[in-house]
Design a binder for this molecule. Structure first.
Ligand SMILES: NC(=O)c1ccc[n+]([C@@H]2O[C@H](COP(=O)([O-])OP(=O)(O)OC[C@H]3O[C@@H](n4cnc5c(N)ncnc54)[C@H](O)[C@@H]3O)[C@@H](O)[C@H]2O)c1
Ligand SMILES: CC/C=C\C[C@H](O)/C=C/C=C\C=C\C=C\[C@@H](O)[C@@H](O)C/C=C\CCC(=O)O
Length: 318
């Protein structure tokens, strides 16, 4: 039988695995990051490992009792993130500028989950003092912050400075401010940050050059912040979510959002037809994986209509 030394990384041929990653002890030897596929076909194929005796524990983080903050929480992807977090036992502080939508959503969520697990805070991620106050109010109300979802974002190439300010500077600002509470070196309990980027953070959206820049910035900041946190001992994982086209308010009336590049709207429509529309459920499952899978750090998870996949980090030193 192949014995796996604790330091050896063994990555068996992957088939789609729907079970969480586990760490296994094979006859007293721990396998690191072993992907023991629970899929039936894997077991029939597997002659590498005969598990005489194993203990397994999941890499999955439980959300029960955890405190999450979601920016841009009252509509679209942020609303779906909020609902997924609540369904899995977390307390959620919803930060958004849209009070009207918030009132309606809070009524619905309070009926379903109870008001003790919910907090809406009017907050513009462009405003340092509002973000700082929102995080403090969350700490005072729930006693901690374990998860930050930097989701607020806009698309309008006519107001490109504002787009950078919300989509990128807002993510950086909220990250630095939440670390004041989350960072283990500052008395925090550690945690995880998920930044909502986009496929446009991986490849160019020709009709949206500044939106593309903002999202590329989010991906780069995520990877660098993840490494900085790991090397500094903050105890905070940082990942980014890169969905394709999703039917939300941001994805409406696209030509009007292209500003000086509205003449390129037909090319954008072709891209939409090529990539298709991603279901919100797929976006939310990918988000949930980034939050709960504690092996994910510095990850960029791409969400397409038919699959999701991790984008390998490009190293300039290889
Ligand atoms: N819809 C898509 O196709 C798509 C695809 C990939 C990534 N994204 C990203 O997903 C995130 C959410 O977008 P969405 O599609 O759900 O859009 P949306 O317009 O439906 O929701 C965005 C939310 O953010 C809030 N918001 C906007 N500016 C804010 C600010 N300054 N401070 C606080 N809240 C603010 C809005 O009020 C709204 O509730 C954005 O970062 C967007 O770039 C969207
Ligand atoms: C008009 C913009 C509407 C919504 C913005 C939102 O963020 C959605 C973006 C959706 C798709 C962007 C696609 C970008 C596509 C190209 O750049 C592509 O060539 C690169 C993207 C991913 C390739 C990675 C891979 O296939 O491995």
């Amino acid at each position: 039988m192949t014995s796996v030394s604790p330091r050896e990384h063994v990555e068996p041929p992957l088939t789609r695995c729907t079970k969480p990653r586990v760490a296994l002890r094979l006859n007293g030897v721990w396998g690191t990051r072993l992907d023991w596929l629970h899929c039936k076909d894997r077991r029939s194929q597997s002659d590498q490992f005969r598990v005489a005796q194993y203990e397994e524990f999941s890499w999955r983080m439980s959300l029960s009792g955890k405190v999450a903050v979601v920016t841009g929480a009252v509509m679209g992807i942020g609303k779906a993130m909020t609902e997924k977090l609540l369904q899995n036992g977390a307390k959620v502080a919803l930060l958004d500028m849209n009070k009207t939508e918030a009132e309606s959503l809070m009524q619905t969520l309070t009926k379903q989950y109870g008001q003790e697990r919910l907090l809406f805070l009017h907050c513009d991620v462009e405003q340092e003092e509002q973000v700082k106050a929102a995080f403090q109010k969350t700490m005072d109300t729930f006693g901690g912050i374990h998860i930050l979802c930097n989701n607020a974002g806009i698309l309008n190439e006519s107001t490109w400075e504002k787009m950078i300010s919300v989509n990128l500077v807002g993510v950086i600002r909220a990250t630095y401010l939440v670390l004041e509470h989350m960072n283990k070196l500052k008395g925090g309990q550690g945690g995880v940050i998920v930044n909502t980027a986009s496929l446009a953070g991986i490849g160019p959206l020709v009709s949206c050059p500044v939106y593309t820049a903002s999202k590329h910035g989010v991906v780069g900041f995520t990877r660098a912040m993840s490494a900085a946190s790991a090397l500094s001992g903050y105890g905070v994982r940082v990942n980014c979510l890169c969905p394709g086209f999703v039917q939300t308010g941001l994805f409406s009336n696209i030509p009007a959002r292209l500003g000086p590049f509205s003449h390129l709207k037909d090319g954008t429509q072709l891209l939409v037809e090529k990539f298709g529309i991603v279901n919100m459920s797929q976006v939310v499952e990918a988000f949930f994986e980034l939050v709960t899978d504690e092996t994910k750090d510095g990850a960029a998870l791409l969400v397409f209509q038919q699959e999701r996949k991790y984008m390998p980090a490009v190293s300039v030193t290889d």
